[in-house]
Design a protein around this ligand. Structure first.
Ligand SMILES: *Cc1c(COP(=O)(O)O)cnc(C)c1O
Length: 385
């Protein structure tokens, strides 16, 4: 097989440390569901799922049936998959067949699920997602009693596996009033189940931020995305943790991801010449530049034109000119030892220097999650210790 123009490395030991840290926060009883939507936040489902299993995780959450299929192809047969978002009606039998759980966020889905379960000859496992104030997906309170009666009546064919909701912004303390309302509203739904004497097997509402900072949101399962990849969900959550543990800093969450390429070519540029397209960069002195074999079509943000940098020989090499579709150039005038084929770090550590996803995203206005999840799935992912 020929080589791709860049590669992503995933560090098993860092993932293990992150999962252990989060598990310690949530306690022994709650199930850790690893959220691997968006190609495992850009880390790559195919590599990440077995890594997570090795670190002791056996439950995976995704945003669509398409992603569920990717996990199914990568996971151990004993691992459980849960679809939190879109599953088309015609794919429901497939989910039931493969023992995949899914969210139901409106009443109309229940009779459809019942038909599918009967046809497949196997019970469907559903999580009723309820509306508590995010106004995204979620069953409205008016439909809920009817839904519970339906589930109770058809319990041979549909398993009431979970009752859940999702917070609209748990990572920000300024949203606390809204989150508190959502928690209270969720409890009302639980009470209805109790009153009707028909309760879900598990209850779950926590994402990373809630799991790390709000112990009262850790019911029977937590859906952890961003934190397992080594990112604090927000500065608020990080400082909350520091206060709680009386620490000045804490490196408990570790990045597992690094992104690398190699120098494609090196050339001298005379003083006064322009580099690349247009006149975006003019050499003010005689320069040595290195050519990088990737560009915005490979997920490298064009917004880093003339402002980002890469690491070569452990030194920062500033980007000169525009990020092209599949090439960009960096200044290595101060790195005379650099040669064609040398390793280049785009994100990650090299010797004593680091480029974080955050330093990368600060100047581009991209969210960490946005930047990561846009990395093309074609970039090869390899696992390192
Ligand atoms: C993405 C998502 C999560 C995980 O969120 P993080 O903040 O990354 O932990 C949990 N629940 C639902 C419904 C989601 O869509």
């Amino acid at each position: 097989m020929v080589k791709h123009s860049s590669r992503i490395e995933l560090k098993q030991s860092a993932l293990k440390a992150n999962i252990n840290f989060i598990k310690k926060k949530i306690g022994k009883k709650a199930i850790f569901s690893s959220v691997v939507k968006a190609n495992a936040y850009g880390h790559g489902i195919e590599s990440f799922v077995p890594m997570a299993e090795k670190a002791g995780v056996h439950h995976f959450s995704v945003a669509s049936s398409f992603e569920a299929e990717e996990v199914l192809n990568a996971c151990h047969e004993k691992s459980q998959i849960m679809i939190m978002g879109i599953i088309y009606e015609e794919d429901i039998p497939w989910a039931i067949e493969n023992n995949i759980e899914f969210f139901v966020y409106n009443y109309d889905r229940l009779p459809i699920t019942l038909e599918a379960a009967k046809k497949v000859g196997k019970p469907a496992k559903v999580h009723i997602e309820v509306e508590t104030g995010a106004n995204r997906t979620g069953m409205p309170a008016e439909e809920f009693p009817k839904a519970i009666s339906f589930l109770k009546k058809n319990k041979e064919h549909i398993v009431f596996q979970g009752l859940c909701t999702h917070f609209g912004g748990a990572e920000s303390l300024s949203n606390q009033f809204k989150i508190d309302k959502q928690k209270a509203k969720y409890k009302e739904f639980l009470k209805i189940c109790k009153d009707k004497k028909f309760e879900p097997n598990i209850r779950h509402i926590a994402c990373s931020a809630a799991a790390l900072a709000m112990p009262d949101t850790v019911y029977d399962l937590v859906r952890v995305g961003v934190a397992q990849y080594g990112f604090w969900p927000s500065p608020d959550i990080y400082y909350h943790h520091l206060q709680e543990t009386d620490k000045k800093s804490d490196g408990a969450l570790k990045r597992i991801f690094s992104w690398k390429t190699d120098i494609m070519d090196i050339r001298d540029v005379p003083e006064g010449d322009f580099i690349g397209y247009g006149t975006a960069f003019q050499a003010s002195h005689k320069m040595k530049i290195a050519v990088m074999p990737l560009g915005y079509s490979n997920g490298y943000p064009r917004a880093l034109s003339n402002r980002g940098y890469v690491l070569i020989s452990g030194k920062k090499a500033p980007i000169v000119g525009l990020i092209n579709m599949n090439l960009f150039m960096v200044d290595i005038t101060h790195i005379p030892e650099a040669k064609v084929g040398d390793e280049v770090v785009l994100i990650g550590r090299q010797k004593n220097n680091v480029i974080n996803v955050s330093s990368f995203t600060n100047s581009t206005q991209l969210l960490n999650n946005e930047m990561l999840s846009r990395l093309p799935s074609a970039i090869p992912r390899t696992i390192v210790k």
